[in-house]
Design a protein around this ligand. Structure first.
Ligand code: 1GP
Length: 230
């Protein structure tokens, strides 16, 4: 079985966006550790199944990061379930989970389900707006959330989500210093190998998304972060 703890670099593909067969081939053959399918808007059963079947031709771990109940389906190696720690809407803490468990609780294989403590940092991102996240956080707030994730909820993963904007490396370092068992994912605005390396210095796993759709060559170069030691 795949070991998520060893993942250093993952690509996140948005089922609502178009990607050519050539670009998808390059992403899947790039030596990245895993592919996550996930997005905020217009993620549907239809576009998830389409993209899943295209990525499934390649022998690498495939994750669905669940953003709505309608688009969940069998066939993935893992299901990452975000709970947005700084959302002001209970739906994004456990409201959707409650609905999902009522409907599908008896058929879920919980060995495939990974609970992610999400901290949404970029106030201009779609995910911040959708989840009504309080992004006005200072470093004390962020460290306290990291403690909460590591010591209280004991999440397997804490995800610093800076979607669309390169974040502050000091914040990532501070969170990493607080976490002892929870694995730290960082995603947001990584477009170059040097940014990938900078964040991977502290984050256990970096996530590269949007640049795939803007400049595939640049996206592919970020995978070289795996060659640098931690
Ligand atoms: C988005 O964290 C990921 O959920 C990656 O962010 O799209 O900005 O690379 P980018």
């Amino acid at each position: 079985m795949y070991n998520i703890k060893q993942w250093r670099h993952v690509f996140k593909l948005d089922p609502a966006k178009t990607i050519s067969d050539n670009d998808l081939d390059a992403i899947c053959m790039s030596n990245t550790d895993a592919i996550i399918l996930g997005g905020t808007d217009n993620v549907t059963e239809d576009n998830v199944i389409q993209l899943m079947s295209r990525v499934r031709r390649y022998p690498l771990p495939l994750v669905l990061e669940v953003s709505n109940i309608e688009s969940v389906m069998p066939g993935f190696d893992f299901y990452f379930i975000p709970t947005v720690l700084n959302s002001n809407n209970v739906k994004y803490h456990n409201g959707m989970l409650l609905e999902a468990l009522k409907e599908y609780g008896h058929v879920i294989d919980f060995d495939e389900v990974i609970f992610e403590g999400y901290l949404v940092m970029n106030e201009d991102s779609k995910v911040a707006q959708r989840t009504n996240a309080n992004t006005q956080l200072d470093i004390n707030d962020i460290d306290a959330y990291a403690l909460m994730a590591n010591e209280l909820y004991r999440f397997p993963i804490m995800y610093l989500e800076n979607s669309g904007k390169y974040g502050e490396v000091d914040t990532v370092k501070s969170v990493k210093d607080t976490l002892t068992t929870t694995q730290l994912f960082y995603g947001g605005g990584i477009t170059t190998l040097s940014q990938a390396k900078e964040m991977a210095e502290y984050a256990d796993t970096i996530v590269v998304g949007d640049i795939i759709y803007k400049d595939i060559k640049k996206a592919l170069k970020t995978v070289k972060v795996k060659e640098s030691s931690k």
